[in-house]
Design a protein around this ligand. Sequence first.
Ligand code: DHB
Length: 510
Amino acid sequence: MTLAKICTTLVMACAVTGSAFAAKADKPDKLLFNPDIAQQATLTMPSGEVVNYQAYEGIFYVKNVEDSVYQTLNIYVPENLRNGDSTPIFLRTYIGGYMATTAKSPSASDATGRALKEGYVVCIPGSRGANSTVNRDGKTIYTGTAPNGLLDLKAAIRYLRYNDSRIPGNAEMIIIDGTSAGGAMSALVGSTGDRPEYDEYLRKMGAAATSDKVFASVCYCPITDLNHADMEYEWLYGCTNTGVRHLTEAQIAISDELAAECPAYINSLNLKDDAGNAITADNYKDYLKTFLIASAHKALEEGCEIPDTIGIIRYAEKPNFGGAPGRGGRGDGRGAPSFGPAGAMPGFNNNTDYVTGIDLDKYLSYVASVTALKTPPAFDQYGVLIDTPTPENNVFGNPEGVPANFTDFSLRHRLHDSSAELGKDMVRRVYIMNPMNFISENAASVAPHWFIRHGAKDRDTSFLVPVNLATRLKNSGFDVNFFLPWNRPHSGDYNLDDLFGWIDSIVPNE
Ligand code: DHB
């Protein structure tokens, strides 16, 4: 390249990107990545393998830092980068309970250590949350009310992209991973890339003026769709109210009222199954059963014992099969199936022959017997039957730390005013904290790849929440890997072979 051409190219780059060069001319660019802070570090994996990496820690990702404890990120670059500068960046949020989290270092026991070992660049940002505060003029100010935690993650992503040419790895290939409230954040980041609804906030924070889209979203048990989660919980678990749930009359009344609102919501989603059939409130439970049956099937294939008492219906319990009763005979001449791994019995296919159905009420009672259900309303609880706020009431609270309702339903009950409505500002905050609002056919804001897991005995939110999220994404044309792993309670970053196998499959091999 000639000197004149280099100069022209540089000038053009500055003009187009407003890049570091341009900013440097007047004042220092606070968002410029400084490679000189690198520290050598090692991580010893459970196998004993030692991973060498460079650590860049404590980096502020916005210009106007409000909370210096939380608004930083750490970057980790393994010695053996998987794919040079094209290596994807694995971004793990440790948000839990909608609380604040500091930037962390990789852990050998979760997906961050595994990502590093696999040669991915790892980024672990901190973010503000329901419990983060600063002292301003002698007053305690809550800094992490919604949507601030989400904005912090978006700002961290923008920082990576803004510095893409300076940080190893490819900021066009960010894979975000989170669990529970962190899974909700992963779903939000994955569905709202570059949406204008967040622009003004991000501009005020001094986030880099660039894209916050991601390539893939990994959501373990996302606690999301918060403004419908109460009705979804009661519609599903209402069958246990007078049984294992032992609700009081007042609680049953609230449960029934909430459940009654759910069918209209389900129908409004216009979901379709894989064959293109409409899913409505009338057939929704059959649709849900297909996921639970698939989960039980896989567990049996892998050699799990499933008790006869929890509602999983096997061939032997079905009438008209003939042959000997009980587990053993099916009367079709193929002999007794095995509980063992697939293939243990030649000619018997556990995967298609074994589980024939599920008694959903019985199975839900089992789930509720393992971990007591939340009492109604499960999420927007504040002031309805008890005054105690949930993490969700706190995160929708105000900067003075006063919790808030985020549904008309609970607001009306708390105020004993059947015409009370959320204020405009709250309606907007609730809207931009719900990924379901941003997922539509081939929407540009939505990550192309999704990995969603919710344990088959996780009762922290209704199964409807992850099922609706996965189905809406699929219906909208996105690549979705969704499963309800058997016997799994509320947890994340498990079965990492499964996760990293999937990541390998979506990352182009160069
Ligand atoms: C989490 C769990 C919940 O049950 C909830 O309501 C919110 C957050 C969590 O583990 O992050």
